[in-house]
Ligand binder design. Sequence first.
Ligand code: HEM
Length: 397
Amino acid sequence: SRALSRRRLLGGGAAALGVAGITWGATTVVERSEHEQQAGKLVEPFYGVHQAGIATTPQAHGTFIGFDLLPGADRAIVVGIMKMWSEDASRLAAGNPALADTERELAVDPARLTVTVGYGPGLFTKLGLQARQPDWFEPLPSYEIDRLDDRWGGSDLLLQICGDDPVTIAHAVRVLTKNVRSLTTIRWTQKGFRNARGTTPEGTTMRNLMGQVDGTVNPAPGTVDFDSLIWHDGAGQPWLAGGTSLVLRRIHMEMDTWDELDRSGRELTMGRTLSNGAPLNGTNEFDEADFTLTDKFGIPVIPPGSHIARAHQTHEKEQFFRRAYNYDDAPEGGQTSNSGLIFAAFQRDIAEQYLPVQQRLSDFDALNEWTTPIGSAVYLIPPGCTENDYVGSGLLG
Ligand code: HEM
């Protein structure tokens, strides 16, 4: 009976489950623990020419924290913050407890933890360092599609904390925020995720919560293209050499109305298939999109208003590196779902590379009917640092 089998499962133990159950269970556990232990020990180096967390193969989880400096903050205070963050982040990334770590056991599995520091326009204003920012560095203009909520707006400082383990990230967040609590206020925290490590083969392009393969056409880290598109060369601002910039947009997905669209409508909206993300003129994910191809009636195979047709570069410079995370937070005020994309784009020059594309998408993009930008922020990402130095020393030192 139902009652009996329930009692067996709860109290009967191994004998009640039978040998097959034990064997199956044990095998699964062994395989999983080996895998997990290995993933936890993987380290992404903190020190380097560039900060980690940009060219790093995206980890499963990302937490973005926007901080504002308290009134009266000066350069010495920001140097203090940078030294603390660099010291603690380098330890945590290596799997060592932070200085004065109160939960040392949570530091032993870095799981590819990266900590990336960014500077918002407010930092330069507050420190009187406006002359040290490139002229193109300013908040994005407002776009017709925007429904921005001030609570996701720009901040003076940013921490992007990524890793394959959410417990490790929570610990890093705690360490790095409590250190600076008397010097800053937290404006927002945005938590994002991709597939858990091991769910899909390494290198698989992520899927967003609309179900699309997202991130296919992207400069590849480690290539000459990536280096020249993403890393600043220091021209005009020597301290920024090896750094970059970040456009961080919070984009809500209208999942209820997206539900009403059939599969073919969804594919025409994107210009790519849902099954493997191939362009509508091709069969495989990485086939090149052909925006000129028409069917026998002369109708373009990839609709000119589709997201990829509108977003596609019109010249070489209009490229950036997208490293987005999904978000799926608690529904608010009558919502059924509160999901979307923490859209993160890295580029050497926002005005030249990013703005033309964003303007085009605002002017028209079939996807706009189901997506709404609700947050927008920009940051300069200083270069990485060497041991015994701290992130941002070129600007602040
Ligand atoms: C391509 C989704 C917002 C720029 C794509 C693709 C998907 C996608 C599924 C096709 C696969 C790929 O190449 O990654 C989304 C969603 C968005 C969003 C769901 C909002 C929630 C944006 C924004 C921008 C952007 C705000 C920049 C302003 C691009 C670019 C491509 C692209 C440049 C590649 C186009 C090409 O084929 O050359 N996006 N995207 N996307 N998206 Fe988005």
